[in-house]
Structures are given as C-alpha cells and as structure tokens.
Design a protein around this ligand. Structure first.
Ligand code: ACO
Length: 322
C-alpha cells in the first residue's frame, strides 16, 4: 500500500474585494450585523467573464510551481466545485487543458462545502491502491454567480476563490509518519431543503439561486463537524492534544471557534480566513491551508485536521501530517 504525501499547495483569490459596507448600501443589512453573526468583513468576487476554471487553473499552477512540477507529472486531477463553468464537460477537463496536461484523468467531485474533503479522499484512495502517483486536488468556486443578491440572509455569507494541493505517492514505510492519515465522508440526503440551489439543467433548465435555512444549517454544522473531529481522532488513536492545527471549512466564525474549543486548541492554532474570504465552499479549506503554509505557521511534520460540512447534507474530515 502507498501513502499520499501532501507536498505543496497554491491559492488564488479574485482581485475585487466586496466589503460589508458596500452590500449594506444596497440591502437592509449592516457591517455590524454581518460581523457579529458570522465574523465576515469582506469577500472576493470574480470579475465578469472570470470563471471557476480560471480561478482553479491559477491555484493549480501555483501549487505545481511550489513543488517544482509540470502538469504532465500529474496522473490525476480532481476538482471539487458546485459552480462548474458548464453543465459538461467537467471543469476539471477545462483546467487540465489550460494547465497543458495531456495525460492522466480529470473529473469533478460535487459535495458543495465538503467538496475539497471529498476530492482529497478520492485522490488519496487512487494513490493508496497505486492507480495514480501524483494527484492535483483543486477546490474552486464562483458562488457569487448563484447568489440571490436580494436575499440578505444568504448573499452576505459567500465569496469566490480557489485552492489546490499536490499529492505524491510514497511507499508506506518511507513516509516518516507524514501524508494523508485518514479521511471520513458522510452524507444524508434527507436535508436537501435546508440548503440547495433552486435550479439545474434537469429540473428547471435554469442556473438557480442558493436557498438556505440558516438556523437549521448552523445547528447541524456544529454537531456534524464535532462528530467528525471525534471520529478522526478515534480512528487514529489520537487525543485532541496531538493536533497541531485545525483547518476547518470557513462558513462562520462562531462554528469555527466552537470546533477549536472542542479540540481544546488555542485560537491561534485554528486557521481562519472567513473574515476576509467569507464562505468559498469547496475552496475554503485549501485557501486556509495554503495561507497557513505560506506564512510559515504550518511546518513539515505538523498534524493538520481538516473538516467541513455542506449542502446535501455532506460532511467529513481529513487528517494529514504535513
Ligand atoms: N442583515 C441583517 N439582518 C439579517 C440578515 C442580514 N444579512 N440576514 C438575516 N437577517 C435577519 C433575519 O431576517 C431575521 O430577522 P427577523 O427576526 O426580523 O425575522 C434575523 O436577522 C434573525 O435571522 P436568523 O436567520 O435567525 O439569524 P441567525 O442568528 O441564525 O444568523 C446566519 C443567520 C448567520 C445565516 C446563521 O444562521 C448561520 O451562520 N447559519 C449557518 C449557515 C451557513 O454557514 N451556511 C453556509 C453553507 S453550509 C456550511 O458551509 C456549513
């Protein structure tokens, strides 16, 4: 059996910053309300014509550059997104073409805000069984395109962005304890109505808008994410004290802080970008991870716990020794 080492990461955020105050100029909301309930101060918005594949391509290029690889070193490209450029082909194949990658396989995974954890689990399993040696896992979203900008209960919560990581196969015995230690995935489709997009090619032939019962989602998010934290620790025979960094999905500061408390982690060991990025769905975990790697907080050998929850509902975790 092989082990997947996480060797590099890259991120991309669109240039345009949209502040709470700007939203408050055209909707009945306020910077104070948004900050107090969510911790969000601003978010990035993709430029007109800038697509999910554009964002994902730049993040992927930066991840490859960090490890000194070219696109043709990659066997597998898995893109987590709920906001694809087109109904088909997969956004992954668009990113593949732009990277200049002419071999291997590329496909999308759709698990909304848990998308990155799902895509990472898929790529990890390809590597474990020897079906890929090098994988790129990308989380890329343009949620600004599916928001109802008249609905103050949802439009203030989301932003656009992309993050990517490189996974490389090594023999288990040569991993020195590093790499993807475990992934755990869950879903429960009974919760569709709490968080969904009211459009799609087969139902309405429209793109639709995101609809959410905020309180219901909040309640489930706190309990499901706490469960997966416990599950990841138990599966690896670890205690909260073993975790160096929590890199949670960035939905809401109150949820992030609650998960940090569950692990007894001091706040500076919980990576948070929600204040500047808002919720970028499948991109939020790799964006946060990449920020903490690039600024030197996360060091080689650190134990990093990632967890997320999203529409479906879906939820899950990935435990990685960086
Ligand atoms: N500005 C001002 N007032 C607002 C806004 C806003 N942007 N949005 C809602 N309100 C109002 C509501 O209309 C309501 O007014 P009313 O009492 O007169 O009816 C009041 O604020 C309270 O609304 P609630 O929805 O009950 O507010 P709550 O405290 O639950 O906060 C929030 C709402 C921030 C959405 C919270 O429920 C939340 O964070 N839920 C999690 C949602 C989430 O993170 N979703 C992302 C996808 S899933 C994931 O990533 C985990």
């Amino acid at each position: 059996m092989k082990r997947a080492l996480m060797t590099g990461c890259g991120a991309y955020l669109p240039e345009r910053v949209l502040t709470n105050d700007e939203i408050a100029q055209r909707l009945d909301t306020s910077d104070q309300w948004i900050r107090q309930r969510t911790g969000i101060c601003e978010r990035r918005i993709a430029a007109t014509g800038e697509t999910t594949a554009d964002l994902g391509t730049t993040a992927a290029q930066r991840a490859l550059a960090q490890v000194g690889m070219t696109a043709n070193d990659v066997d597998l490209l898995v893109v987590a997104t709920a906001t694809p450029d087109e109904t088909f082909p997969a956004t992954a194949t668009r990113i593949q073409a732009r990277l200049g990658m002419t071999r291997g396989a590329a496909f999308d995974v759709h698990a909304v805000c848990t998308g990155f954890v799902y895509a990472l689990a898929v790529a990890d399993n390809f590597i474990k069984v020897g079906q890929a040696r090098t994988a790129l896992v990308v989380g890329a979203e343009t949620f600004s395109r599916i928001l109802d900008w008249e609905d103050r209960g949802t439009c203030v919560l989301f932003g656009d962005g992309a993050g990517a990581v490189v996974l490389e196969a090594v023999e288990n015995g040569e991993a020195d304890g590093r790499g993807v230690l475990s992934t755990h995935l869950h879903s429960d489709g009974r919760h569709h109505d709490a968080l969904y997009v009211d459009g799609g090619p087969s139902s309405t032939q429209t793109v639709g808008h995101l609809r959410m019962e905020g309180r219901e989602v909040f309640r489930h998010a706190v309990s499901r994410m706490a469960e997966v934290i416990d599950e990841a620790l138990d599966a690896n025979d670890l205690t909260p004290g073993d975790v160096d960094w929590l890199v949670p999905h960035q939905a809401n500061m109150r949820i992030i802080e609650a998960m940090g408390r569950r692990l007894n982690l001091p706040p500076d060991r919980v990576v948070s970008t929600v204040d500047r990025h808002a919720n970028t769905s499948a991109a939020s975990i790799p964006l946060a991870l990449c920020e903490a790697v690039d600024d030197g907080r996360i060091q080689r050998g650190d134990l990093v716990l990632m967890e997320g929850m999203g529409g479906g509902f879906t939820w899950g975790s990935a435990l990685v020794r960086w």
